[in-house]
Write a protein that binds this ligand. Structure first.
Ligand code: PD2
Ligand code: ZN
Length: 294
């Protein structure tokens, strides 16, 4: 004979166990619910707003990724993650900014027209030879800029930098061979001659087209207080290693609207191999491609 109190305890335990099981099952169902309801809400929002629904790929929580959306492809959404390296000077790293195919294409466009790189004379504003800049380079022509791949890259640069495409100077493709470098400099003008077309340079998008060189870092002495590498030397500041497809966006104009002296930087010496990069300088106003700069 089981005493009546034991019967009562067993009954209570069984009730609690069944209750727990039912509770867990409904918890699991509830956990799934936000996914479904978010997906459903998003779907009805898209329908209500008359937006096209791209349902090819489902992200977590049922959000449709717009796979066939040309703009999303141009912006390489899901591949690029901007990282703030410094706020003063403003330096943003954009990994995977260019596809490998785009890097190869830009190098192929630049290769036939490479000439010794020049610098702008701070007093006259004229383009002159310099021992401080030993790379070779070429500016894309207005014809090169008509190519859809170049137009996509220019559009991507303008969206990530939030500067209109028209304000951009033509892309410059640069090649640095062993021992080549670009000494410490500012990208903004110190002459007024160059202001006439487009005003001051405000920002630079520097894109790395290769990563088989040793050295060749982009070094910002005022970009931080830590130690970093520059052309085989340990120096104080911040340096960005050239990695194929990555880009670094930095601002020559501070938030005050004045040229930012902290934006001083250099292309460190290449120790071995060849480094390729592409530079887009952006101006305050529309820049008209009438003549070559630098
Ligand atoms: O090519 C580079 O790494 C580089 C770095 C810094 C180029 C420039 N500046 C430039 O052309 O202004
Ligand atoms: Zn520069």
């Amino acid at each position: 004979m089981v005493p009546i109190t034991m019967k009562f305890v067993f009954g209570l335990l069984s009730f609690a166990t069944v209750g727990l099981i039912i509770g867990s099952i409904s918890q699991l169902a509830l956990l799934r619910q936000p996914e479904d309801s978010l997906g459903k809400n998003l779907h009805s929002y898209y329908v209500a707003m008359g937006l096209r629904i791209f349902e090819d790929v489902k992200l977590p929580f049922g959000i449709p990724f717009r796979k066939n959306d040309k703009e999303a492809e141009i912006l390489r959404l899901r591949y690029i993650k901007p990282e703030v390296l410094s706020w003063s000077p403003r330096i943003i790293l954009l990994r995977n900014f260019l596809s490998m195919e785009e890097c190869e294409y830009l190098k192929a466009l630049g290769y036939p027209g490479l000439q010794s790189s020049r610098v702008i004379d701070g007093k006259t504003g004229k383009s002159v030879d310099s021992k401080g800049r030993t790379s070779s380079g070429m500016f894309l022509s207005s014809k090169d800029r008509l190519h859809p791949m170049v137009q996509e890259i220019e559009r991507r640069i303008s969206i990530y930098a939030q500067v209109p495409v028209e304000n951009g100077e033509p892309l410059q493709i640069l090649r640095y061979e062993e021992n080549q470098f670009y000494e410490t400099h500012f990208d903004y003008f110190t002459d007024t001659h160059n202001f006439k077309n487009g005003g001051q340079r405000i920002a630079t998008m520097l894109m790395y087209l290769s990563d088989d060189a040793e050295g060749g870092e982009t070094y910002f002495p005022k970009g931080g207080s830590g130690e970093c590498n520059c052309g085989g030397k340990i120096v104080e500041g911040l340096s960005v290693k050239p990695i194929k497809g990555n880009a670094v966006l930095f601002w020559s104009m501070g938030l005050s609207g004045q040229s930012d002296r902290n934006s001083v930087h250099k292309a460190c010496e290449v120790l071995s191999g060849t480094k390729w990069s592409a530079v887009k300088w952006m101006r305050q106003r529309a820049f008209h491609q009438v003549q070559r700069v630098i």
